[in-house]
Design a binder for this molecule. Structure first.
Ligand SMILES: Cc1cc2nc3c(=O)[nH]c(=O)nc-3n(C[C@H](O)[C@H](O)[C@H](O)COP(=O)(O)OP(=O)(O)OC[C@H]3O[C@@H](n4cnc5c(N)ncnc54)[C@H](O)[C@@H]3O)c2cc1C
Length: 485
């Protein structure tokens, strides 16, 4: 019997040689075959660097930006991603409307994330919202992006900046060394060691920080998850919504469905908004620990089962017989798992007051936006007019750590502050800051002089918080709040 494992060219050739000559001189040919196999494995493995300056874990919203910034600053950068696509929650999670880059009519976040979003919009023929009209609901100032184009431009930016992307790979172990880390990654070929000076954890779940043994913080009630989808095949105008609601209420009282299958609301049986929007960022799934493989597996199963029962139910209703899902995200969107305990922790008052710390690395802007299991399912509190919060560098650095940074939603913050800081534009800005801090050599991330950091970030188009924007903002009428992240 002949086995041929792998996708490289040499293995199938070696296997067919072995099969063809099997009867003539099997021991000789077996030796050649095994040598070819060994060489092929070496070639495959040698595509991977043994040593880099920066290893970014997670090629999502923040991680792509961190990796591109580090590479553009001259660092040998490896980007490790567990899926086969960059973009994270924006692409595989289906939440393709990054926000907010503007506060009170003025741009406060730019840089590599903005470059990526602008290129995506241009390439896919999309349009930008009117940012000067900041009195509209905040979510209308988010930017719809085509998921495929976004991921493809991530690929291009990663390749042209010199980042080595490594897909279908996860981190298994992180061993601290004198001047950095030995990262044991789990590739399709098995475990491999890669040395790096700095690790940027952009996994969303602080996976690397946890493996490094640093402290993590978990809220008592984590925010719910949502599986994003798009439904088509019907005309909303033709539907009898009260009749469908009545049928749905019967399903709920019989225990076959839950109110939150269709909406964030816990107390109102109404399929109208779901059908008007065609699904989307709808429904809440509470009570799963999405940080572990077992917990995430249970969540994915539950999310798909719920969406399937929604589709089955709707297709049984008049006018919805031909309903189908034109998009279902490959992964259920996760709003919250853990945050790190950083050198500082951003509290909700730091955030809502727009307090400006001397180590601020970027601005941030979004209402407090906590998804809950009560009533409307959302605690949304717009910021006071003129307030523009900032993110301190020390919220990106785990307490008592060396050569370790985070970017994205798991930054050090209490739950309410995090409900706003987790959003995509801010995740991108923290990604760029972490990438720049990681690329600065010869000192620890918290020792990088702020002026050097600002220069590096401004060199890549970022807006840096040299001043407290909240104190210079004009007095403005309050913005109206509504649907949110
Ligand atoms: C349903 C929903 C709606 C939202 N709505 C909005 C909104 O309207 N506007 C807004 O701006 N924000 C919104 N958000 C919030 C925002 O999308 C996320 O908080 C943000 O994208 C998180 O970015 P991140 O880089 O931290 O994580 P992600 O973008 O999730 O990236 C993490 C990456 O790490 C990879 N990864 C994870 N673990 C490993 C591992 N062990 N090894 C290798 N790779 C790994 C993942 O595959 C992923 O690519 C929403 C979120 C959800 C879930």
């Amino acid at each position: 019997m002949t086995f041929c494992v792998g996708v490289g060219k040499a293995k199938p050739i070696a296997a067919s040689m072995f099969r063809f000559h099997h009867g003539e001189n099997s021991i000789f040919l077996r030796t050649i075959f095994l040598q070819v196999m060994k060489t092929t494995d070496k070639v495959l493995r040698s595509c991977l660097p043994n040593e880099v300056d920066v290893m970014v874990l997670g090629g999502g919203t923040a991680g792509v930006i961190a990796a591109v910034q580090a590479a553009r600053a001259g660092a040998r950068t490896l980007l490790v991603e567990k899926t086969g696509m960059l973009g994270g929650t924006i692409t595989t999670g289906g939440v393709n409307f990054p926000g907010l880059f503007h506060a009170w009519g003025k741009q406060v976040i730019a840089g590599i994330g903005w470059e990526l979003v602008e290129r995506t919009v241009q390439e896919s023929g999309g349009t930008m919202p009117d940012f000067s009209d900041f009195r509209q609901r905040h979510w209308k100032l988010q930017i719809p992006v085509d998921r495929f184009v976004y991921a493809a431009i991530c690929d291009e930016m990663v390749k042209t900046s010199g980042v080595t992307p490594l897909f279908h790979t996860m981190l298994a172990e992180l061993i601290e060394e004198k001047d950095g880390w030995c990262c044991r990654v789990c590739t399709k070929e098995g475990l491999q060691n890669i040395r790096t000076k700095v690790v940027v954890d952009a996994s969303g779940d602080a996976t690397a920080v946890g493996l490094a043994g640093a402290e993590l913080m978990r809220s008592e009630n984590c925010q719910p998850a949502t599986l994003v989808s798009k439904a088509e095949g019907y005309r909303f105008e033709d539907l009898d919504i009260p009749a469908i609601n009545q049928a749905f209420a019967q399903e709920v009282s019989a225990g076959r469905m839950q109110v939150t299958d269709f909406s964030w609301n816990t107390d109102k049986v109404d399929v109208g908004p779901w059908l008007r929007a065609g699904g989307g960022n709808a429904g809440h799934i509470h009570g799963f620990d999405a940080r572990t493989s077992a917990g995430k597996s249970a969540l994915e199963l539950e999310a798909r089962a719920r969406l399937f029962r929604v589709v089955r139910f709707l297709r049984s209703q008049p006018g919805l017989e031909n309903l189908y899902l034109s998009h279902v995200s490959p992964e259920c969107g996760v709003r919250e798992t853990v945050t790190i305990r950083g050198r500082v922790r951003v509290g909700v008052e730091d955030y809502t007051s727009g307090r400006h710390l001397p180590d601020a690395v970027c601005y941030a802007f979004y209402p407090i936006d906590l998804h809950t299991a009560e009533e409307k399912g959302l605690d949304c509190r717009p910021l006071e007019e003129g307030v523009v919060p900032t993110v301190p560098r020390d919220a990106l650095i785990p307490k008592d750590s060396r050569n370790l940074l985070v970017a994205g939603r798991c930054l050090s913050s209490d739950q309410l502050a995090n409900s706003a800081l987790r959003v995509q534009a801010t995740s991108m800005a923290t990604g760029q800051a972490a990438g720049a801090l990681a690329a600065e050599r010869g000192c620890q991330p918290h020792e990088v002089p702020m002026e050097d950091l600002y220069d590096l970030l401004e060199g890549q188009g970022a807006i840096v918080p040299r001043e407290c924007m909240s104190s210079v903002a004009q007095a403005l009428p309050p913005a109206v709040s509504g649907r949110s992240a």
